[in-house]
Design a protein around this ligand. Structure first.
Ligand code: ATP
Ligand code: MG
Length: 252
C-alpha cells in the first residue's frame, strides 16, 4: 500500500487551477520526484498534501483519508515537510530550531519540556544533526552557517518531527553542483533508511539520478510520469520542460 497518495487532487486560487486532478503515489522505500517549470503547481501540491492550502480530491496517508485534517494533525500522523524558503528561526540556535519542530508535533511536549527538558530527546536531536554532518553546530545560530548547512538544518528540522513520509520543497536550491550532489546522497540514504520521500527540485541532474519515479507538472496538469529513463525519453517533457539540453543529458 502507498504511504502517501492523492486522487484527483485539485487546488484553485480564484480562477487559477494551480493543481488539476493530480493522482500521485509514494510507495514504501521510494524517492519520488515532482518536477516542472516555475509556477507548475509543485509547492501547491505539497501545501495541499500537508494541509496548508484547501484542496479538493482525496489525500491518503497509509490508506487513511487525511484531507480534512488540520496541518498539525497531518504532521502528527507522520506527514513531514520542508519549505522552499528558509524556515529557520534565526534568533534560535540550531538545536532550539529542532526542539521547536519536535515539540510542535508531540502533544503536551512543550509544557512537559518547560518543566523538565529530557536529555534523551536532546540526544535524539543531536543524533539527527550528526547523521546530516551537522554535529557541533547545535549551539550556533542559523546565520552563522553556510547556505548548504542551513538547508540541511531545514531537513534536520523536518526529521525532528519523526515523519513517516517526507515532502521536500527544493532542498537543493541555491547549492552548487557539488553540494547538491552531496545533499542528493543524503536524501537517498534517508529514503533507503526507511523514509519514503516526495522531492521537488529543479536540478534535473539530481532528480533523474536519485529518484525511483517522477511526476511532471505543467500549468497544474500532470504531463508525464514514469521512471527516470522514461521521463528522459518523454517527448512532452523534453519540449515542455527540459528543452534542448535534456537530450544531451539523456544521452549521459
Ligand atoms: N497563495 C496563492 N494565491 C494565489 N495564487 C497562488 C498562491 N500560491 C501559488 N499560486 C499560484 O499557483 C500556481 C502554482 O504555484 P506554485 O508555487 O505551486 O508553483 P511551483 O511549481 O512551486 O513553482 P516554483 O518552481 O517557482 O516554486 C502559480 O500560478 C502561482 O502564481
Ligand atoms: Mg515552488
Amino acid at each position: 500500500m502507498a504511504v502517501l497518495s492523492t486522487k484527483g487532487l485539485t487546488v484553485t486560487f480564484g480562477g487559477n487551477r494551480a493543481v488539476n486532478a493530480l493522482d500521485l503515489k509514494v510507495e514504501p522505500g521510494q524517492l519520488v520526484g515532482l518536477i516542472g517549470p516555475n509556477g507548475a503547481g509543485k509547492t501547491t501540491t505539497i501545501d495541499a498534501i500537508t494541509g496548508f492550502v484547501p484542496s479538493q480530491g482525496r489525500i491518503e496517508f497509509k490508506g487513511e483519508e487525511i484531507g480534512s485534517l488540520s496541518s498539525t494533525a497531518r504532521a502528527r500522523k507522520g506527514v513531514g515537510r520542508t519549505w522552499q524558503s528558509s524556515e529557520l528561526f534565526d534568533d534560535l540556535t540550531v538545536l532550539e530550531n529542532l526542539q521547536v519542530a519536535s515539540e510542535s508535533v508531540s502533544v503536551g511536549g512543550f509544557l512537559r519540556d518547560l518543566v523538565r527538558p529530557r536529555n534523551d530527546d536532546i540526544d535524539a536531536l543531536i543524533s539527527i544533526l550528526d547523521s546530516l554532518d551537522l554535529g557541533g553546530t547545535q549551539g550556533q545560530l542559523p546565520t552563522e552557517l553556510s547556505h548548504g548547512q542551513r538547508k540541511l538544518v531545514g531537513v534536520a528540522r523536518a526529521l525532528a518531527a519523526k515523519p513517516a513520509v517526507l515532502c521536500m520543497d527544493e532542498p537543493a536550491a541555491g547549492l552548487d553542483t557539488e553540494e547538491s550532489q552531496e545533499l542528493g546522497k543524503r536524501i537517498r540514504a534517508l529514503v533507503d533508511g526507511g523514509l519514503p520521500t516526495l522531492l521537488i527540485d529543479h536540478d534535473m541532474g539530481l532528480v533523474l539520478t536519485i529518484c525511483d519515479y517522477l511526476y511532471v507538472l505543467d500549468f497544474g496538469q500532470l504531463i508525464a510520469e514514469g521512471t527516470p529513463a522514461e521521463i528522459r525519453a518523454d517527448e512532452k517533457v523534453i519540449t515542455a520542460y527540459l528543452g534542448q539540453s535534456a537530450s544531451t543529458e539523456a544521452g549521459a
